[in-house]
Design a protein around this ligand. Structure first.
Ligand SMILES: CC(C)(COP(=O)(O)OP(=O)(O)OC[C@H]1O[C@@H](n2cnc3c(N)ncnc32)[C@H](O)[C@@H]1OP(=O)(O)O)[C@@H](O)C(=O)NCCC(=O)NCCS
Length: 216
């Protein structure tokens, strides 16, 4: 594997994922995630079927690899009222078309980590969500022991709003997940008793959270 920190000066660019990325996209997912994704998922990503995506590539890479994925983010638009966080938005019944952007997968090749690539990929998702007038938030799940990812989301001002017990099942074992949200276009939490209860649980778990906005 090329080490960009010593072999050459990386020139990172971002572009949509396309059909020619299929093989490497599948390989990277298998490399960075402990769970397997169906081939249909990859087909949907590369053909942009209900999924938006961005690839990071290093134009400074030699040997015809300058267009090969070294990072990716995939996301989908969901209807707020049908999502699991519908209750965490100040839902306005007069606007039934409110949407959210759900980040499905995010990963960076190990040799390219800590260069700000995931930060830039998430910024692309946030920019995209801001361009959708009906969109109220970007959200995602992260397994509770994934400290680099949790650090990243907190650094980017995502708010941790829930701990979901046993959310992931990996090799027969259950793991909790945190649910992180980044509000956009005036979206915000209603600070319901349910939300405040979740905050308490998270404080007990040692995960610091930003204060929730006060109810008007
Ligand atoms: C999480 C991941 C996408 C981050 O990618 P990246 O390109 O290295 O991220 P960035 O360079 O933008 O930011 C990394 C931040 O995490 C920090 N970090 C790295 N390792 C860390 C650790 N073990 N604990 C806490 N923070 C850590 C870095 O210091 C950096 O923060 P800083 O900017 O404040 O210094 C990458 O580690 C990855 O692909 N992991 C495997 C797949 C994965 O977990 N995806 C997320 C699923 S929810």
């Amino acid at each position: 594997m090329v080490n960009p920190k010593s072999s050459h000066r990386p020139t990172i660019c971002y572009r949509p994922i396309r059909p020619s990325d299929l093989e490497i996209l599948e390989r990277l997912h298998a490399d960075v995630f402990p769970i397997r994704y169906e081939s249909e998922f990859f087909q949907n990503v590369v053909n942009a079927r209900d999924i938006v995506s961005w690839a990071a590539v290093d134009r400074g890479r030699p040997n015809g690899q300058s267009d090969e994925l070294i990072g990716f983010v995939t996301a989908r638009i969901v209807l707020a009222k049908e999502s699991e966080i519908g209750d965490l938005l100040r839902y306005d019944p007069s606007k039934p078309d409110q949407t959210l952007v759900y980040i499905l997968t995010l990963g960076v090749v190990e040799a390219y980590r800590n260069l700000g690539i995931a930060t830039a990929l998430i910024r692309e998702v946030i920019k995209y969500s801001l361009s959708i007038p009906t969109c109220r938030a970007v959200y995602l799940h992260v397994i509770s022991y994934n400290n680099p990812a949790i650090h990243l989301y907190k650094k980017m001002a995502f708010k941790c709003i829930r701990r979901l017990q046993g959310f992931y099942l990996i090799n027969g074992q259950h793991y909790d997940s945190y649910l992180f949200v980044y509000y956009v276009n005036g979206g915000c939490s209603p600070c319901s008793p349910l939300v405040c209860h979740s905050c308490g649980e998270l404080r007990e778990s040692g995960l610091k959270m930003d204060p929730l906005p006060k109810e008007e």
